[in-house]
Design a protein around this ligand. Sequence first.
Ligand SMILES: Nc1ncnc2c1ncn2[C@@H]1O[C@H](COP(=O)(O)OP(=O)(O)O)[C@@H](O)[C@H]1O
Ligand SMILES: O=C(OP(=O)(O)O)[C@H](O)COP(=O)(O)O
Length: 471
Amino acid sequence: MAGDSAHRPLRDVVRDLLSPDLDIRSKSFPGKRVLLRVDFNVPVDETTGAVTDSSRVKAVLPTINFLLNQNARVILVSHFGRPEPKKQSRQLMQAMYSLRPVAALLEAELGSCAFRGLAGDCIGPEAVAAVAQLQAGQALLLENTRFHEGDVASSPDFARDLAALCDVFVNDAFGVVHRDQGSVTGITSFVPSCYPGPLIRQELTELADRLYDPIRPLGVALGGAKVADKIGVIAALVELADVVAVGGRMAFTLLAAKGVSVGSTQIEEGWLEPCRRMMSRAAELGTRLLLPSDVLWSSSLSRPEQLDTTGVTPLTLDCCTPDRPCIPAGRYGVDIGPETMAAFRQELLRCRTIFWNGPMGKFEVPEFAGGTVAVARALDEASKRGAVTIIGGGDSVAAVTAAGLAEHITHISTGGGATLELIEGKGMPGLRALLRHGSGGAGVCGGGGGGSRSSTSDSVAAGCIPFDDKR
Ligand SMILES: Nc1ncnc2c1ncn2[C@@H]1O[C@H](COP(=O)(O)OP(=O)(O)O)[C@@H](O)[C@H]1O
Ligand SMILES: O=C(OP(=O)(O)O)[C@H](O)COP(=O)(O)O
C-alpha cells in the first residue's frame, strides 16, 4: 500500500484509504500521543471574533471522543485563516487568527477535565512542555499552525518539529486535504503511523461515487472569495459538468475578462486570458457557463452604503463605456442581482446532481445575502424534487445553516476546495501522503485495550492557558 502515490488515479487512492486496515476505530492507542490534524478554520464574526458556525468542530468531535475513550493523549492541530508570518508580527497574528474561540467551544463540548486548553504555540518549547504534561485520556489544542511560515511553505524543519510531538498522526481535516502543507503532508514523512480519520473516511464515502459518476445533468454553483485558489477549477469543471454557475467575488474576474467594468471589485488580472479561453471552451463543449447578468454594488464592503437606487444594474457589454461604467469606480460588487438569482435557480433545477461551494456575495452583511439565500433555496427545492445535492465549504455551510435550509440537502461537507478537487479527480496531496509514508505503521498503534478516561484533576498542562485567564 505504501509507495509513491503521487500519480495514481485518485479513485484508487480513495479506495485504499477506505480499507478497513486503516480505520482507527479498529485500533487502540492507550497512552499514545496522537496528533490529530483537524480543520478548525471556522467562520467568525468580523466584529466580535465569535464562531458563527461550529459545524467543522462538531464534525470531528466523534473522532476526538473516540481517541479520548481509548486513553490516547490527543494533540489537536489546525490552521485558522490566512495569517502572514513574513509580514505580520506575532502579536498581530495572535490578535487576528488565534484559535482561542475554538478552544472555548472545545471546553464546552469536552469538559475541562478532558480538555486541557490551548497551548500558545504548535511547535517549540511551549508546545513540547504542554504535550509532556498531557495525561492519557486528555486533549490539548495547539495554536494556529500558520503562525509559522513552515506550515504553508511545507518546510521539512516545521514538519519534523510537529512530528516530534507525537507517536501517531491521524489526519481528519478533510477541508485541507487539497493542501500540500507541513501539518497536512510534510508531517507524514516523519511519523511512522499515519491514518485517515473517521471524518475523512465518511466524507470520501459520501462524496466519491456521487461525484465521480454523477447522475446527470451535473451542476456546480461556485462563488466565494478565494478567487486565485478556485478560479482554475472552473476550467476543469467546464470539461466535467453540464452547468457551471459562477457568482461571488470570483465572478467578477470572468466578467472583467468579458470586458465588463467591475468598479473597484478585486479581480485576478493574471487570470483574464485563461478566463477568456475557458469561456470559449465552454461554448465549444456546450457547457452552460453562467455568469451574473446583474449585480448588487455598494461603496462599502462591510455595510450597505450608496447602493444605487434599485441596488442592481444590468451588466451588458453595451453599458460598459468609460463614461458609463457598469459598476462605478469606488464601488464593489457585493452580490448577484435578482435576474441572476432567477437564472441560476432555473438552470440548477434542471440538474440531477448539484454541488455548491462559495457564497454568491458577501453574505455576512444581511443586505448582501440575497443571492446566497436564493441558491440555498434552489438546492433545497432540488433536494425535495429528488436531486443529489452537496454543499461544501466553511462559509457556504454556515450560510445554508443560518438560512435554515440544510435539512434536505443530501450531504453537507466540511470541504469546499477539497471537494472541488475530488470532482476534478486529481491532486489531493493530503490523501496521497497518508498512503505514501508508511500508513498502518509498524505496529505502533497496535495492542492494548481501550478503557475509560483517566482522572485529570491532577494535571494542568504547562504551556496551556488556564481557561479562566482566557476569557
Ligand atoms: N462579491 C463578494 N465580495 C466580497 N466577498 C465576497 C463576495 N462574494 C463572496 N464573498 C466572501 O467569500 C467568503 C467565502 O469564500 P470561500 O472561503 O471561498 O467559501 P467557503 O468557505 O464556503 O469555501 C465569504 O466570507 C464571503 O463574504
Ligand atoms: O476553509 C477551507 O477551505 P474552503 O474555503 O474551501 O472550505 C479550509 O480550511 C482550507 O483553508 P485554506 O483555503 O486557507 O487552505
